[in-house]
Design a protein around this ligand. Structure first.
Ligand SMILES: NC(=O)c1ccc[n+]([C@@H]2O[C@H](COP(=O)([O-])OP(=O)(O)OC[C@H]3O[C@@H](n4cnc5c(N)ncnc54)[C@H](O)[C@@H]3O)[C@@H](O)[C@H]2O)c1
Length: 430
């Protein structure tokens, strides 16, 4: 009875929203959620493999400007799940399809925000990969769109949905390691020198390259910056701090219970390989939160390295009585005192797609483990780190104003120019 009353009132709220006018359906507890996956080369596979097995969820469309990839993945999906998703090249064709309830976005970073905003405007709920944004300003627009159209927008930082990681944060909040004053992020990846490709080439006939570029800056086609390699060009990616690093920037903010830093600086560069990567191989970012009350460190490394947590990527939190280690997406361990005596530890898988689907049904953003505000904030931390690296300065940031207070050129880098037809609208025009 309670559930029925709840579904009814959630439906009432949704009916009053602008998204309903845009065509959003109100889903009952047993209605099938129909999903289109945008970008199916790499991470998109985890989206369809993670969502399809859930109760009353049906992955119906694969969207990718590269038809060869989309067709191949659709064939693999059919073998595994027994039905073939429809292959679509242009995302706008699924956004105007009223039968689709949810879009998941595993495109390159430069597409995330525009695709998510268009989806909100079309009345779809959205699971958007990290980083949810390519620039700081995009985050403001994304938050505004999710709110205006009353959509569920979940950020793809899956460690938020590990019960073990949730437990670790809870214990830290309860004071298990005393006053927590510092967090450290380790992003230790194995990133060999890039294979070289010509700077200009003819795109394959199965790829709509103009659509792939979309809201990014137009560069002639090259394998240097399509599939996966885009991470290392500023026009489409955000380097490693804006790649793997988003899991950890998000964790840092969650664990320290902070937003954006008030002071931040970075140093780093390319010390290993002479290749066409524009983004740094090594990056050290230092930041102060709440005008000096808490401190954060980021270490990005690309090659041989010791590990500071069980897995190469992780977070450390330091308190007056001990420290906490978060390893990867699923594990934690506490250590106490001068001798680092082991304390409680735990491990639990992430259930981030389940959490998203539950929120799509309940229509309560408070049910989400990775709501849109955290998407903006975690991505913004990486963007600020990259901006200070590129400016080579110690910068002060006013998060209420969304601006650096001591460098106007850095403020220019909070946003970017868009190609005609692919503009991310400012927050007041979403
Ligand atoms: N949460 C995680 O653990 C995790 C892991 C890996 C990657 N990711 C994220 O997933 C995203 C994709 O990464 P990847 O390694 O799969 O990249 P990729 O380049 O291998 O694949 C991206 C795909 O998106 C397609 N695409 C480009 N524009 C599109 C559009 N307008 N509509 C639909 N598809 C479009 C590309 O053609 C390509 O097939 C990245 O943002 C990355 O940060 C997250």
């Amino acid at each position: 009875m309670q559930r029925r009353t709840f579904v009814k009132s959630a439906a009432g709220a949704a009916l009053a929203s602008p998204a309903f006018a845009a065509g959003a359906k109100v889903l009952g507890a047993n209605d099938t959620i129909r999903v289109a996956v945008l970008g199916v080369n790499g991470r998109g596979q985890s989206h369809f493999n993670g969502l399809q097995p859930l109760d009353n969820v049906q992955v119906t469309h694969f969207v990718d400007p590269d038809l060869e990839i989309a067709r191949q993945r659709a064939g693999e999906f059919e073998k595994k799940f027994g039905h073939k998703p429809e292959v679509v090249q242009d995302l706008r064709r699924v956004l105007d399809n009223k039968d689709i309830d949810v879009v998941t976005i595993a495109t390159p970073n430069h597409w995330h925000t525009l695709a998510a905003i268009w989806a909100c405007q079309a009345g779809k709920d959205v699971y958007v990969e990290k980083p949810a944004t390519h620039t700081f300003n995009e985050g403001l627009s994304l938050v505004a769109a999710a709110k205006k159209y009353n959509r569920i927008v979940q950020h793809g930082v899956q460690l938020r949905s590990s019960e073990a990681v949730q437990e670790a944060v809870q214990k830290m909040r309860e004071g298990i390691i005393g006053d927590v004053y510092m967090g450290r992020i380790n992003i230790f990846k194995w990133r060999p020198k890039l294979e070289d490709f010509p700077a200009k080439a003819t795109p394959p006939s199965t790829l709509d390259y103009d659509l792939w570029v979309g809201p990014g800056k137009y560069r002639p086609y090259s394998k240097r910056h399509v599939h996966y390699n885009w991470h290392w060009t500023w026009d489409y990616g955000n380097g490693e701090i804006g790649n793997q690093g988003i899991h950890e920037t998000d964790m840092l903010q969650w664990g320290l219970d902070v937003g954006l830093p008030t002071k931040i600086t970075s140093m780093g560069g390319k010390y290993l390989w002479d290749d066409y990567r524009e983004t740094p191989e090594l990056l050290s970012t230092l930041m102060e939160f709440d005008n000096g009350k808490k401190f954060g460190e980021v270490a990005v490394r690309f090659w041989c390295s010791n590990h500071e947590t069980e897995s190469a990527n992780g977070n450390l939190f330091y308190g007056s009585e001990g420290y906490l280690e978060i390893s990867g997406y699923t594990d934690y361990a506490f250590y106490f005192g001068r001798k680092n005596e082991p304390g409680p530890k735990g491990s639990a898988p992430t259930k981030h797609f389940e959490n998203f689907v539950d929120a799509v049904r309940s229509r309560k953003t408070s049910d989400q483990n990775g709501p849109v505000e955290t998407a903006h904030s975690a991505a913004a931390l990486a963007h600020l780190g990259n901006i200070t690296f590129r400016r080579g300065k110690v910068l002060e940031f006013d998060s209420a104003a969304g601006r650096f207070t001591n460098d106007n050129e850095a403020n220019q880098m909070l946003g970017k120019e868009y190609r005609k037809g692919f503009e991310v609208p400012p927050p007041n025009k979403v």
